[in-house]
Ligand binder design. Structure first.
Ligand code: NDP
Length: 297
């Protein structure tokens, strides 16, 4: 068997187009653009790239982008004051504080200061709680993007065996919760799981969110499994090259011989994250304006 390649890049492009069209409609009916504020503290190179990409994508989706770039010695009080100002700003529907923050700032308390109704990253404990008890809130972008790819591919997930490898608050746990809500039978595996390969071999759906390059080979997979690879790992550079290749947690080529469908890295889950962030922001804008968000967002 050769697995179908799940094209997250194309799916994300279609979602961004839909968000852009609905955002234009939102502006017409409400009289203002939906707005996303992104806060970056410090000069972390990767974070600068992410923040730049988020700003561009927001503008391209017909929404307003508010970028706040603060020096790395910004105090907790100053950052809290900015978050409070954004909480109270009616032109801002979504607030994202780019992580990681410099060591002297406590991420949990900064995230806790964001209004849960503007927490489009879905990291606030209130949103984690809402997800856990089945209330409407915001779901972290990466797992929600994985879920969109899965339901697009498989339709109804009822009764399927799903194994999520990884239990972080931003990927593994919310992913497991979403799969459970979709009536899959869910196992969460992690670094202390015994005989991980046999656990994964049971799965109709495998979501790998570990951060270990090409850990999952073909002998870990059940025939026809759907494999969602969240991992982003850079291999050491080959001789003469400046940068190593980006790979996932799954050995893509060999896994493709067994899986039914699989996301590549890059071009799978990665592009979904920003697309879902835009989606969450537009949903927030509708809620803030007292409107129902379009069902196909
Ligand atoms: P974390 O480091 O927070 O979590 C990793 C998880 O993997 C932990 O639960 C850990 O278990 C588990 N783990 C580590 N080693 C093993 C092992 N040998 N066997 C089984 N489980 C193991 O990472 P994140 O959840 O933040 O991210 C995971 C990956 O996804 C990373 O590669 C990251 O770059 C990528 N990512 C990609 C995104 C995208 O947009 N595509 C967005 C976010 C993340 P334990 O809890 O026991 O330590």
């Amino acid at each position: 068997m050769t697995a179908t390649r799940i094209d997250g890049k194309a799916f994300a492009a279609r979602l961004r187009e839909r968000v852009g069209a609905y955002a234009a409609g939102f502006e017409k009916s409400v009289g203002r653009k939906a707005g996303l504020a992104v806060v970056l503290v410090g000069e972390d190179a990767a974070s600068q790239v992410y923040v730049g990409a988020k700003g561009k994508a927001t503008l391209a989706a017909n929404m307003a982008s508010f970028e706040h770039r603060l020096p790395s010695d910004t105090t907790s009080e100053a950052l809290m004051a900015l978050v409070e100002q954004l909480n109270n700003d009616d032109s801002v529907d979504g607030i994202l504080v780019q992580l990681p923050l410099p060591d002297h700032l406590d991420e949990q308390s900064i995230i806790a200061a964001i209004s849960p109704d503007k927490d489009v990253d879905g990291f606030h404990v209130i949103n984690a709680g809402r997800l856990s008890v089945g209330q409407t809130g915001f779901v972290p972008c990466t797992p929600l993007g994985c879920m969109m790819l899965l339901t697009d591919r498989l339709g109804d997930l009822s009764g399927l065996e799903a194994v999520v490898i990884g239990r972080s608050n931003i990927v593994g746990k919310p992913m497991a919760q979403l799969l459970l809500d979709a009536n899959a039978t869910v196992t969460i595996a992690h670094s202390r799981t015994n005989d991980l390969a046999s656990v994964v071999r049971r799965a109709d759906i495998v979501v790998a969110a570990v951060g270990r390059p090409q850990m999952i080979g073909k002998d870990w997979l059940k025939d026809g499994a759907t494999v969602i690879d969240v991992g982003i790992n850079r291999l050491p550079p080959e001789p003469g090259k400046e940068k190593g290749k980006l790979v996932g947690d799954v050995a893509f080529d060999e896994a493709s011989e067994v899986a039914g469908a699989i996301t590549p890295v890059p071009g799978g889950v990665g592009p979904m994250t920003i697309a879902v962030l835009l989606r969450n922001t537009l949903v927030a804008a509708h809620r803030n304006a007292g409107l129902e968000a379009p069902a196909d967002l």
